[in-house]
Design a protein around this ligand. Sequence first.
Ligand SMILES: [Zn+2]
Length: 338
Amino acid sequence: MLHIIISLDYEIFGRGAGDVKRHMIMPTERILNICEKHNAPLTIMFEACEYLKFEEFDDELLAWLGYSPAELIRGQVRNALRNGHDVQLHIHPQWIDAGFKAGKWDLNVPGRAINDLPEEMIYETLKKGKEKIVSIAKDIAPHYKCNTVRFTGSRWIEAPPGTHAALEKSGIKAHSLADYCPDENRKGYWPLGSKGKVWEVPIYSVELPKYRMFALTRIVPALYRYSVDRSPDFRKKARAAAVSSGHGFLAGLFRDTYKQKWDFCKQSAAEMVEFLEAGLRRYDHRNNEVPLVMIGHSKDFLSDREFERFLRITAKRYLPSGDVKFSTFQGFVEENMD
Ligand SMILES: [Zn+2]
């Protein structure tokens, strides 16, 4: 069976820009409605470090914004759980020591990666985040389990070795960030470290010619992000991604490849279906339970129509065969890794 896990990174912008109502609550509401229409559960990747800061600075934020971001987030997450969706852990370590002054977030090290922290602190961060989600979820979803995390860093890689002990100690069974999967691994996920108690469940990605990077469905969210975030490395990153190593720019577009993630905010319905087809060919889903993780970001969700079309096509064309189903991280991990 192929399990489609639709995961949503639920956060404002990495450097503290953006607005919780506009970039989290409102788009997530639209995503949840679309999912519910097609009986597809969503897995919200709850950014716990950021959320804890919203709680810590609740009075200041309320005075500044006229609403409490923490309260809105809590309400939305609880509603989602009530309607059968899943909520798992997402960690952006740059928020750990953030401050809020005069309407602005002050992030000391915006590019901080998880393994920049000492092991004890990684564990503490996981523990605090997990306790927070569980406290929000427990009376709504009595069988709720927080068993999956998505760290972040500058690259899309499996959980670094320095985090494995902390993951295990905190009872997290799966990490999901890598944008690759060893081809010989027909199950679509692999054990981390030698003990095999924690697993990497990658974000499903496909190697494509570079010109596919420049589809309108990808450029519009990128420009939108830039219009809000004004990140100084935006141009640097865009140039580094576009320029080819061996060939000139134009030749490189057709000869070079890059990894494209299965992203419901940056792909057309046709591209999402194309990826699903490729997944069915690539993995041995007849003999294995294979997770196919989709990613999206609430702040990137601009095209309701494409996402809805994808879910409609999937429900009509693929679910009846019994080869494909919609799953959540909690469910998939509990059934296959516990
Ligand atoms: Zn994130």
